[in-house]
Design a protein around this ligand. Structure first.
Ligand code: BES
Ligand code: ZN
Length: 961
């Protein structure tokens, strides 16, 4: 590492401008939107083609290779030598944090070319020969390397471009060397910095988030998932700090560089892997460890967190989950170590870097005194999700991002299997129906949805890649793979999976490669299918949406159609299968499970499905199929009757499903809203979690639509009546709220009982919440059980004023575990005081108050509050350009933000505002939230219609119920 590592003047000045513009923007906040908009018209624009922002100036259409987003196929990396030196203190003059680096990549030329394109973003290069940005040499000394004729940075497409005087020779290897520097910014992408306070001292961590396209922000690289290579990593860091990367430490020693005494840590070379899975971290964290069958497992976190044993749960569960996946995949863990680290600043929940998984603190650290059972479940499942990727995704990687759904969908399915292994008593496998199937049904029923699979050509820009990390990829992916595993049988599914992993290890694949391996497993088994795996799955993967299967129990006719939440919406996307699916149907008649059936084509007559007398038919058992079910009215009435007389005859997942199907079929005008509401009558006797949760999330829609009009009162009365027995049930079970219910799902349902009881104004519940909270305020000892904290804090802050809010805010600022801070942060959004909500909104753009990673979710919390709704919307559209530039890095956050602040929209006026918002910000764009804008418009249109058509009926029903 030599001289010449200084930060460019322009970068420094830009940062100062950005910083003061940010501050000015925050100070300027007021509530009147029109004034706001005028003030903000000349706000900060994104300065380049960053992760999700589109470039400010569209380049003229050109077909030069450096204007295309995809790399040419002429060069293939063999290995890299990368040395990075992050500075954990700011530069005295520029006030910036930087890192410096040197890299050399050996690559093979597979097609003659006189052009080298290698990804590079926001890096400044030192001219190695005083002229060019890189040095090229030949590996074979007999072959002379071409000279560099011209070199420059192509910012829009994020390349370092080198034009050569003559061509590189096919099958020859070359070395490309560079020396560069970048900013270690707090932007949560690439090589970035995270900060936290410890004993009154600010500490800085250097860490990375490369997926999907930010490895190029750390060093120049062929940054596409198929460009697998071996990486020799070296980190330079302050003596006494800990350096981590994907591989094990080979050697660490003290050295002097440029007069600095530093530590140099050299890592063992990685396996052949993709750039997006790299990780480099320097911190003064502590760790705990154990070894399971020769694999070293370590959990790293801030020293006080480790001292407080907050890493213990993760450490105890990692070994068993890792062993589970080894068995499930029939493949041993490919690396010698598995590190997991909790970072104070982290955009997603966790990232599957091979051998060094990164997490936000709330997703890894557990403390019995602060964590709820839901926090604990999230830790177990997220660990399982990321460990699942160690094979599926890391060992075998999809060739291009268009197949991302298979990677994330797969991990999102098997995370339940892995977590079940760690917590076998929790019924986790059932919960996929609520968290994934129901979650994605809501968006996949819109005409603006999209198929799971995208064409490779359609996914080019970083923002297009980021947009793929959506509910369709994750939750629909998980749902259809679960269905596939079920109809193949788990043994056959696993068999195909094993050969897939074996065949493509250390390489790349496309999703049809998995279908082929599964087909071979099917052929070798006794499983009978109506068609090939590929043909069946094509109907689920290549067309958007899902079917509603209608069973007429009088005629035995079973038919399917594309389920649309708004039957009047226009589906412009044509489907190769005309919106017909090959549908596996598991079903029961009255008390008996029947032979499974398949539905192909529009309709079929299945005589066994005729039912008469008191018999009833129930299809899609345990909701393993990715579809909804409708029945003739007679069968619906019989099902509602079974619910009210003997509900346990229906499996618990299907009770949840009947409610969810009924509400959604009513939205689609396929059954009456009255019938849907009728399915909630039996809840007065229901104590199980899943049906309640399903009812609550459907009634949430009613709250959103009616909490600002006259339906609200009668609805509250009805729900209070329904929930009171449940409240009493848990009161008894917990001996007057003194113990925790023994079952995991019971613990969840206890929270449901309390939050609905308080929400509907049950006095006993409200008093309880306020009493508990006041006790804490007065004694500063928090006796509230972690499971109940979120809802109790929220209720007390909603009922209280500034005093309660300020108390919670100071507790938030002092919280030593992020999980407690998160509970307070969401509860702070519950106040009914507009001025407190507005001030809280301001805090979200102030990283000293609310971390950047939490900004968008906080705005959404505020929008969920009926008082905060319009404040949050005004805030977001007034500050869009700033939010977009500064907070646009996350993949999930933008679509969540847009969907979140608009989900209550149900008036013509709101629709106009939304359309205006879209038009006004057309130039700035919406990045990874582009699709969310369309979804929001479609949802608003359908809400407007729904209210007009249903308000009166609903009001009458609640009044009479
Ligand atoms: N690969 C993702 C993390 C990620 C997401 C990186 C978006 C870049 C953009 C990781 O495997 C993941 O899916 N994490 C989830 C957790 C999981 C349990 C659904 C997350 O971060 O929420
Ligand atoms: Zn994942």
């Amino acid at each position: 590492m030599g001289k010449g590592f200084f930060i460019g003047k322009t970068v420094g000045i830009m940062a100062i401008i950005l910083g003061s513009a940010a501050l000015a923007t925050i100070i300027a906040l007021s509530v009147v939107y029109s004034q706001e908009k005028a003030k903000n018209n000349n706000q900060v624009l994104p300065t380049d083609g960053g992760t999700t922002s589109s470039p400010p100036v569209t380049p003229p259409p050109s077909n030069e290779p450096w204007d295309r987003y995809r790399l040419p196929k002429s060069l293939v990396p063999v290995h890299y030598n990368v040395t990075l030196w992050p500075r954990l203190t700011e530069d005295a003059t520029t006030k910036l944090y930087i890192f410096t680096g040197e890299s050399s990549v050996e690559f093979e030329c597979t097609e003659e070319t006189d052009l080298i394109l290698i990804h590079s973003n926001k890096l400044n290069y030192t001219k190695l020969d005083n002229v060019h940005l890189a040095r090229l040499t030949s590996v074979n000394s007999e072959v002379k390397a071409p000279s560099i004729k011209n070199s420059w940075l192509q910012n829009v497409t994020q390349y370092l471009v080198l034009q050569l005087d003559v061509k590189l020779i096919k099958d020859h290897k070359y070395h490309l060397e560079t020396k560069f520097q970048g900013e270690l910014a707090n932007d949560l992408g690439g090589f970035y910095r995270s900060e936290y306070m410890e004993d009154g001292i600010k500490k800085v961590v250097a860490t990375t988030q490369m997926q999907p396209t930010d490895a190029r922000k750390a060093f120049p690289c062929f940054d596409e998932p198929a460009m697998k290579s071996v990486f020799y990593i070296t980190l330079i860091h302050d003596v006494g700090t800990v350096a981590l990367s994907n591989g094990e430490v080979k050697q660490s020693s003290n050295v002097t560089i440029d007069g600095h005494n530093v530590q140099m840590t050299i890592f063992e070379p990685t396996k052949k892997m993709s750039t997006y899975l790299l990780a480099f971290i320097v911190s003064d964290f502590d760790f705990i460890s154990n070894t399971v069958d020769g694999v070293l497992i370590r959990i790293f976190a801030r020293k006080p967190a480790i001292a407080a044993k907050q890493g213990d749960y993760a450490l105890n569960k990692t070994g068993p989950i890792l062993k589970f996946f080894e068995k499930y995949y029939n493949s041993s863990y490919p690396l010698p170590k598995s590190d997991q680290i909790a970072l104070p600043d982290f955009n997603a929940g966790a990232m599957e870097n091979w051998g060094l998984i990164t997490y936000r603190e709330t997703a890894l650290l557990y403390d019995e005194a602060f964590s709820s059972n839901s926090n604990k479940q999230r830790i177990a499942t997220i660990i399982a999700h990321e460990l699942a990727h160690m094979w599926f995704g890391n060992l075998v990687t999809l060739r291009w991002w268009n197949d991302l759904w298979l990677n994330e969908g797969f991990a999102s399915y098997v995370e339940y299997l892995g977590a079940h292994e760690a917590e076998p008593d929790w019924n986790l496998k059932d919960l996929i129906v609520l968290s994934d199937v129901h979650r994605v049904f809501a968006v996949d029923a819109l005409a603006s949805s999209h198929p799971l699979s995208s064409r490779e050509e359609d996914i080019q820009k970083p923002a297009q890649i980021s947009e793929l990390f959506d509910a369709i990829s994750y939750s629909k992916g998980a749902s259809v793979l679960r269905m596939l595993s079920d109809f193949l049988t788990e043994d056959v599914f696993r068999e195909g999976l094993m050969t897939y992993l074996d065949t493509f290890a250390y390489g790349n694949a496309v999703y049809t490669d998995l279908w082929n391996q599964l087909q071979m497993a099917v052929n070798a088994s006794r499983t009978q299918l109506p068609d090939t795996v590929e043909n069946i799955m094509n109907t689920w993967v290549l067309q958007m949406g899902f079917p509603v299967v209608t069973i007429n129990t009088t005629s035995g006719v079973v038919s399917q159609e594309h389920f649309l939440l708004d039957p009047d919406s226009e589906v412009t996307a044509v489907s190769p299968f005309k919106y017909e699916w090959i549908v596996p149907i598991k079903w029961m008649k009255t008390r008996d499970i029947q032979e499974p059936q398949w539905l192909r084509g529009k309709s079929a007559t299945i005589n066994e499905m005729k039912a008469s007398g008191g018999d009833w038919v129930l299809a899609n058992l345990n909701v393993v199929g990715y579809y909804r079910v409708n029945y003739d009215l007679g069968n619906w009435n019989r099902l509602v009757e079974v619910l009210s007389n003997n509900h346990t005859l229906i499996p618990v997942i299907n009770r949840a499903q009947l409610v969810d199907d009924a509400f959604n079929l009513a939205r689609a005008k396929m059954i009456s809203t009255v019938l849907a509401l009728d399915t909630t009558k039996y809840l007065i006797k229901e104590t199980d979690y899943m049906p309640w949760e399903s009812a609550l999330s459907n009634l949430d829609f009613f709250y959103l639509m009616f909490d600002r009009n006259e339906v609200y009162g009668p609805m509250q009365n009805y729900l209070r009546k329904q929930v009171t027995p449940l409240f009493e049930y848990y009161k008894r079970m917990t001996f007057n709220w003194t113990i925790v219910p023994p079952g995991h799902l019971d613990q969840y349902n206890q929270v449901n009982a309390i939050s609905l009881a308080c929400r509907t104004g049950l006095e006993e519940c409200q008093n309880l919440s306020q009493e508990w909270f006041n006790e804490w305020m007065n004694s500063s000892e928090n006796q509230i059980h972690p499971n109940l904290r979120s809802t109790v804090y929220c209720n007390a802050i909603a009922a209280g004023g500034a005093q309660e809010w300020e108390f919670a805010w100071s507790q938030f600022e002092q919280a030593t575990i992020a999980i407690e801070a998160d509970k307070l942060r969401s509860a702070l959004a519950c106040t009914k005081q507009p001025w407190l909500l507005n001030r809280f909104l301001e805090y979200t753009l102030h990283p000293d108050k609310i971390r950047k990673q939490d900004a968008t979710s906080t705005i959404v919390y505020i929008a969920n509050n009926v008082v905060g709704q319009s404040l949050a919307w005004d805030f977001v559209r007034a500050r869009w350009s700033f939010i977009f530039a500064e907070y646009g890095g996350g993949s999930f956050s933008f679509s969540n933000l847009i969907n979140g602040v608009t989900k209550r929209f149900s008036t013509e006026f709101e629709l106009q505002q939304l359309k205006q918002f879209k038009a006004e910000n057309n130039v700035i764009g919406f990045g990874s939230g582009t699709l969310a804008v369309e979804q929001s418009i479609e949802r608003t249109v359908s809400n407007i219609k729904w209210i007009t058509e249903n308000k009166e009926n609903v009001l009458n029903w609640f009044n009479n119920a």
